[in-house]
Design a protein around this ligand. Structure first.
Ligand code: ATR
Length: 276
């Protein structure tokens, strides 16, 4: 009997990951036979755990914090979007035994913004808050939408400038500090800092949002994040969190592994309803 195909998410902490649930729902919906579990793996255990997983019949892995950069180093081949983001969240076993590394975070964000929430990016002025790994993963897909401008603002200014410089050949992008944002207006502000985790928000000047502005926090929780609340207070037309992006990046990984695209709408609705 052929063993059932095995997939997993590695990370630390991993206990609260929604990925096993999401992939189980995808598999049921698309009638795919597979198992997907979550495994607590820290940075020191990464290489041996990945090797063990694939040596024992594993077909594909998701890697989350703090393993995305390690996965980027580990992959034998990478897609362009993974190469530039210096982070891999999806490893896929290839027919020749090699591991392909991809990053589905950026496409997950764009699908949620553009398809699920009908937010337009073309010709818009976009601001990303933060210059860490989460920002890096979404820059290229945003520039590819022909935005009018993309600004990266960060507490540590040098990191924003250096990150922007890595992408200047791909479009109109600049890095700066939060103080430099005074007198500028944006149509879309994406929070890619980890500030929501500590219930804080980066210091933003008043009137930074244009009319019809949109806020998007890559983080999510059972309650609205501090940045989502900031958007609501500033009367944006939409103030969204990253639950939709989580499901969409998972759907893209599922497609890479199985060649089948799940319908995400009903799954996002289900997860949304469960958090009240
Ligand atoms: P990740 O992989 O989630 O992006 P990271 O690489 O550690 O994590 O980056 C965290 C980002 O959140 C950084 O841009 C960090 O700013 P610094 O580079 O100045 O450290 C930003 N950040 C974290 N807490 C913040 C806070 N309270 N206010 C503003 N920015 C914050």
């Amino acid at each position: 009997m052929t063993p059932i195909d095995h997939y997993a998410v590695f990370g630390s902490p991993i206990k609260h990951s929604k990925s096993p649930r999401i992939h189980k729902l995808f598999a049921e919906q698309t009638l795919q036979s597979l198992i997907y579990d979550a495994q607590e793996v820290n940075a020191e255990q990464f290489s041996s755990s990945v090797s063990h997983f694939f040596a024992n019949g594993g077909k594909g892995l998701n890697c989350t914090l703090p393993l995305k950069e390690l996965a980027w180093r580990f992959a034998d081949k990478k897609t362009e979007r993974a190469e530039l983001s210096k982070a891999v969240n999806t490893l896929a076993l290839q027919p020749d035994g090699s591991l392909l590394g991809d990053n589905t975070d950026g496409v997950g964000l764009l699908t949620d913004l553009m398809n699920n929430h009908l937010v337009k990016l073309k010709d818009q002025n976009v601001l990303i808050l933060g210059a860490g790994g989460a920002s890096r993963g979404i820059i290229l897909p945003i520039l590819e939408q022909n935005v009018a401008s993309l600004v990266i603002a960060n507490r540590t200014i040098d990191k924003a400038i250096n990150l922007a410089n890595e992408f200047v050949h791909k479009g109109a992008i600049n890095g700066c500090g939060f103080d430099d944002l005074a007198h500028q207006q944006f149509d879309l502000i994406i929070n890619a800092t980890s500030s929501s985790l500590s219930n804080e928000i980066p210091p933003l000047p008043e009137n930074i949002l244009s009319n019809n502005g949109v806020c998007y926090d890559l983080a999510y929780g059972n309650e609205p994040t501090s940045f989502v609340r900031w958007g609501q207070k500033n009367k944006v037309i939409k103030s969204l969190d990253g639950l939709g992006m989580l499901v969409e990046q998972a759907a893209e990984a599922f497609f890479i592994w199985r060649g089948v695209r799940p319908i995400t709408k009903e799954i996002i609705e289900l997860l949304n309803s469960e958090r009240g």
